[in-house]
Design a protein around this ligand. Structure first.
Ligand SMILES: [Zn+2]
Length: 254
């Protein structure tokens, strides 16, 4: 299995649309961060996690030519607003793309992007919505991935954490429930929200992310959802060797 972090930026990315780089050194390409999305590949099976506003560029940059399934973490715009970019995959495969999301996310997506699910005005539905289960499998021919999901706090809402093989992806959270830490045992990679230095009501800051990393004790912790106050080189040099900042296009092999 190959896991690619397509984007590791906060909701505005780095640089911001205004050209603001915050504390990030603009000469370092690892500081160019698009919005959070990820891609999982096992054999012929291609799974996208979230459809960020940057999804078209992310897929082209990473030479991703097919999507079989989409998993959503939650309904926020930086995770979902690229959803209509999935249309060419439907045109290519002539098959509705199965998406998986929690109840609230699915409801929001169907309201905001109704044409993708219900068609209308000459368009046919391109997506089929499915509710996430705690444990489920995604299959394509002989390739299969078992996936575990659980809710984490994300400010006023819940977002979904995914455990795939020995990797956990938790891009947006400010709290993991005590009962769920047992699901994070024996991980090779923990990918976890680390928005900024200062505390935030819906994201982990650096101190909290490091604390979670110690508690989970994965072989490697990868910090994502990085805001413009976190410079890649400065952040990396301040961390122990088993905790590293993500960068766009980072590939993890399992
Ligand atoms: Zn969010």
């Amino acid at each position: 299995m190959k896991f690619t972090i397509l984007g590791c930026g906060s909701s505005v990315g780095v640089p911001w649309i205004t050209g603001n780089w915050g504390n990030c050194n603009k000469k370092n390409k690892f500081n160019i961060r698009t919005r959070c999305s990820a891609f999982v590949k096992k054999g012929n099976l291609s799974i996208l996690i979230d459809t960020s506003p940057d999804i078209k560029k992310q897929l082209l940059d990473n030479n991703i030519k097919n999507i079989d399934y989409v998993l959503y973490t939650h309904e926020h715009a930086d995770q979902t607003s690229g959803i209509f970019e999935l249309r060419p995959f439907f045109w290519k495969n002539k098959k509705q793309i199965k998406i998986f999301a929690n109840k609230k996310t699915l409801k929001t997506l169907k309201e905001k992007h109704d044409y993708c699910f219900f068609g209308g005005q000459g368009y046919i539905p391109i997506l089929k919505g499915n509710l996430i289960k705690k444990n489920f499998s995604l299959i394509k021919k002989t390739d299969k991935l078992n996936i575990r999901s659980f809710y984490v706090n994300h400010g006023k809402i819940k977002s979904t954490a995914y455990v795939i093989d020995k990797l956990a992806y938790i891009s947006d959270t400010n709290g993991i429930f005590f009962k769920d830490f047992s699901k994070l045992r024996g991980l090779k990679y923990l990918i976890i929200d680390c928005l900024k230095f200062n505390p935030h009501p819906s994201h982990f800051n650096l101190e909290q992310a490091v604390k979670i990393s110690r508690k989970v004790d994965a072989k490697k912790t990868i910090l994502t959802n990085l805001h413009s106050d976190l410079d890649y080189t400065l952040l990396k040099s301040s961390l122990p060797k088993n905790i590293i900042p993500a960068y766009d296009g980072m590939v993890l092999n399992l």
